[in-house]
Ligand binder design. Structure first.
Ligand code: BGC
Length: 434
């Protein structure tokens, strides 16, 4: 009898653990992740801190209103240890526009493929409600003089197709190069969203370029994209073979390598700095040290960032990495996007920075930038910072697909969140407030 009870108890315990275990049952690693890669041990003492008081970092998708772009400061000041980590979207967008303009200027004698006097470009939009995507659309339009302002801001809507230059979201631009005036037209632009609702969708971009080519043919002189995932899909599907310069964003390794084969260029958003900051702000809060430790101020292992690679905006509780253009001139310096940034790659000691556990999600396991660049970087830094990170990969469509896998927040010391939609911070904070 006693034995049966003991057995039953043991079984119940095993089942109970499986049901609430972070790795068990509900959570799956993101595509491309290697859950066994971390050498870290789980944190030894279970946390007694209330979930609502645990360090929280939002990253890559800044809590904000997806229609107006207004920052969601409630989310970013959820508790005293809450921050956002991303990159300077406007500075990067300006660089992207300038990079395309520089290319056109340098190649003006050959750029107009059909010689009709109009430099035509098409634009792949990532997510019309994501502030990084909006900034890039605006940056391209501003540099190429196709921007139309409304209420003091450049319109960022997609035009669909614009064969005659009459679309209202853009205008025909005028560029004077070498004393001669040229017209620039945004022939087409579209949000790259698949039928299931995932945005920034590379496969959709790869198909759409086919449609655009059948409509516009050799009127297309330049292909622009809000990111490299979509840019590379269009390059591989069409522009590489047809020698049409294609520009993206993110400096993913495959895109940088493609510069040798005619990809026009991309922007590095210093993901190596962002991934570090994402985990570093959590580490600092867990250590109870000044938030600037290992960021603007060297830590005990010598890790420190210089202010040419990031900025902190206190009123927005946000760290922003700074961007760099990657073109034929400098791409060999950027070939591996997953290498930790040398000034912040010194191992922390276990004695002073004992292992802690972090729950972290990637909104879409299929997103090229997040899965091929950002997550591998995080996986390098989690070892350096003694963080035992559980990586959850979402489907890019619904918040619930991710929040369902945060069944037991009490099990973790800190959280790093990458929302599907920037408006949805409450889906996560509600779980921490329970
Ligand atoms: C990246 C994109 C990515 C998106 C997802 C952006 O910051 O540049 O490539 O797809 O974030 O949120």
């Amino acid at each position: 009898m006693k034995k049966t009870l003991a057995l039953a108890l043991a079984l119940a315990m095993v089942l109970g653990l499986t049901a609430c275990g972070g790795g068990g049952g509900t959570s799956q690693p993101a595509a491309g992740s290697n859950p066994g890669a971390s050498a870290n041990q789980p944190s030894s003492t279970p946390s007694t801190v209330a979930n609502k008081d645990k360090p929280l970092v939002w990253f890559n998708r800044q809590p904000s209103n997806s229609s107006t772009g207004e920052l969601d400061m409630d989310a970013m000041s959820f508790n005293k240890d809450t921050y956002y980590v991303g990159f300077d979207a406007n500075q990067g967008a300006e660089l992207q526009g300038q990079m395309i303009l520089d290319y056109i200027t340098a190649n003006i004698d050959t750029i107009d493929r059909n010689g009709d006097g109009v430099i035509g470009y098409v634009l792949a939009i990532g997510d019309i409600g994501h502030n990084d995507s909006i900034a890039r659309t605006r940056g391209v339009r501003k540099a190429l003089d196709t921007a139309v302002e409304e209420g003091g801001a450049i319109k960022s809507d997609a035009v669909g197709t614009n064969a005659d230059g009459k679309a209202t979201a853009v205008k025909d631009g005028k560029l004077t190069i070498g004393g001669k005036e040229y017209t620039v037209r945004e022939l087409a632009s579209q949000e790259m969203k698949n039928s299931a609702g995932a945005t920034w969708d590379a496969a959709t971009a790869g198909n759409t370029i086919g449609t655009w080519v059948s409509t516009f043919g050799d009127q297309i002189d330049v292909v622009a994209s809000n990111n490299d995932g979509m840019g590379m899909a269009m390059f591989n599907a069409w522009s590489k073979e047809n020698n049409v310069p294609t520009f993206g964003y993110d400096a993913n390794s495959d895109a940088v390598a493609a510069i040798a084969e005619g990809y026009g260029g991309t922007i590095s958003q210093h993901a190596d700095v962002q991934a570090y900051l994402t985990l570093r702000v959590l580490r600092n809060a867990l250590d109870g040290v000044d938030i600037d430790t290992g960021i603007g101020t060297a830590d005990d292992a010598g890790n420190v960032l210089s202010d040419d690679v990031y900025k902190y905006v206190d009123s927005e509780r946000s760290y922003y990495a700074l961007n760099v253009a990657v073109t034929a001139d400098n791409y060999t310096d950027f070939l591996d996007a997953t290498v930790p940034y040398a000034p912040v790659s010194n191992q922390l000691s276990q004695d002073t920075h004992p292992t802690k556990s972090v729950w972290l999600n990637i909104y879409n396991a299929a997103d090229n930038f997040l899965s091929a660049t950002y997550q591998p970087l995080l996986q390098n830094y989690d070892d350096i910072l003694n963080l035992n990170v559980e990586y959850i990969g979402g489907d890019g469509q619904t918040e619930a697909n991710i929040t369902n896998r945060l069944g037991n927040p009490s099990q973790y010391d800190a959280f790093a969140i990458n929302m599907v939609k920037t408006d949805n911070s409450a889906s996560y904070t509600a779980l921490l407030n329970q």
